[in-house]
Write a protein that binds this ligand. Structure first.
Ligand SMILES: Cc1cc2nc3c(=O)[nH]c(=O)nc-3n(C[C@H](O)[C@H](O)[C@H](O)COP(=O)(O)O)c2cc1C
Length: 361
């Protein structure tokens, strides 16, 4: 199965890359990600100032991670003198270097790391929401490199379509969508304390819980500016998630939090699972997914649920959750047509896929 994806002059053997964070923060980790088989490698965000990171700085829940990390704790000079020269010696896949944050930082950093990079990913996480500032940053980078520039959008930027238009005008090639969501909060009830967080008590949230926001952002950007490359990130944990992001408009994807929650070898597990997932959904390559048109399925006519009795295990979950009290059980699950609102929740939650919609004429 062909897992390759190509864009902006680069070819990736598969669409999965690490997202900027602790797992791509030094040479040992970059090499680990190569061993995992990632299609391309990104770095943690390199910046000029030393970050002051409150500890503890990573909280893990069931479906999300919270963090108060900032950017690479290693000085930029260590990246320039040690990590990047050593890493590129046996580089055999695209390297996207993440940099932050201001126009002045870019004027200083880009010339120093240009020779190591195949492309740049620029964090806009701490620069506010003024698009003219972000445009000036792109222009400053463009003066110093012809290589692809991907601007990373944070979910607190209110207008992804406007962001896409602005960065394209300024000369960027695409968007990495999205950074972590915030500000968010974690309270420790026992100690009556905010243990995780910055000096204001806030953290950033990422992982599967933010996937729907990430998907919608990828979709909005690709719809607004189809010529931009979009790299999707936010909540990926399975091969199915990768396919969803590609259908929404991404040409490649990144992941971090699910590897923090489920183990660092999740990268290779997802890559191994991709051919089977593609086959399951009738795709013959990654490119075919990227090239697919995503249809909008909007139904306004009557569409009652029906039960496949052979699949039903009488767990009664549908009845417990039905918000319209429309499911009866006179020995078999029955949908009351007078009460059923056709909301679809029972279909989404049935553990054995025993319920489906039957459209009425
Ligand atoms: C602990 C941690 C550190 C992060 N550090 C960075 C960073 O240095 N630069 C950056 O652009 N994004 C950073 N991020 C955001 C991730 O790259 C990514 O955009 C976000 O977590 C959503 O993807 P995920 O749900 O797969 O983690 C960090 C996220 C976490 C959890």
């Amino acid at each position: 199965m062909n897992l390759k994806t190509s864009f902006d002059g680069m070819t990736f053997n598969n669409p999965l890359m690490p997202a900027a964070g602790p797992l791509n923060g030094d040479l040992e980790k970059l090499r680990f990600l190569v061993e995992q088989g990632c299609g391309g490698i990104t770095t943690k965000t390199i910046s000029i100032k030393k970050p002051k990171i409150p500890k503890p700085c990573i909280y893990g829940d069931k479906t999300f991670i919270m963090n108060s990390e900032l950017w690479s704790e290693l000085p930029y000079q260590t990246w320039i003198d040690e990590i990047l020269p050593e890493y590129v010696k046996d580089k055999n896949r695209p390297l996207i270097i993440s940099l932050g944050y201001s126009k002045e930082d870019m004027e200083f950093l880009v010339p120093k790391v240009e020779k190591f990079a195949d492309a740049f990913e620029i964090s806009t996480h701490y620069v506010g929401t003024d698009l003219s500032v972000i445009q000036d940053t792109v222009k400053a980078i463009r003066k110093n490199t012809d290589k692809p520039i991907y601007m990373k959008i944070s979910p607190h930027i209110p207008n992804p379509e406007g962001f896409a238009k602005a960065i394209k005008q300024a000369g960027a090639n695409g968007v990495v969508a999205i950074n972590s969501l915030g500000p968010t909060m974690k309270i420790d009830i026992d100690s009556r304390e905010i243990i995780y967080g910055n000096d204001k008590g806030f953290v950033w949230t990422s992982g599967p819980a933010i996937k729907p926001i990430a998907l919608a952002t990828v979709y909005k950007i690709k719809q607004a500016e189809p010529s931009l490359t979009v790299i999707g990130v936010g909540g990926i944990k399975t091969a199915d998630d990768v396919i969803e992001f590609l259908l929404a408009g991404a040409s490649a994807v990144q992941m971090l939090s699910s590897a923090l929650l489920m183990g660092k070898t999740l990268y290779s597990k997802i890559i191994e699972a991709l051919p089977k997932a593609l086959k399951k959904y009738g795709f013959s390559s990654i490119q075919e997914v990227i090239d697919s048109n995503l249809e909008k399925h909007v139904v306004y006519k009557r569409s009652l649920p029906v039960l496949d009795e052979d699949k039903c295990i009488d767990c009664m979950l549908c009845q417990k959750i039905c918000p319209y009290f429309a499911i009866d059980y006179p020995g078999v699950i029955t949908f009351n047509p007078d009460k059923c609102f056709e909301c679809g929740l029972c279909i989404a939650k049935c553990p054995t896929n025993a319920i489906s919609f039957k459209e009425e004429g």
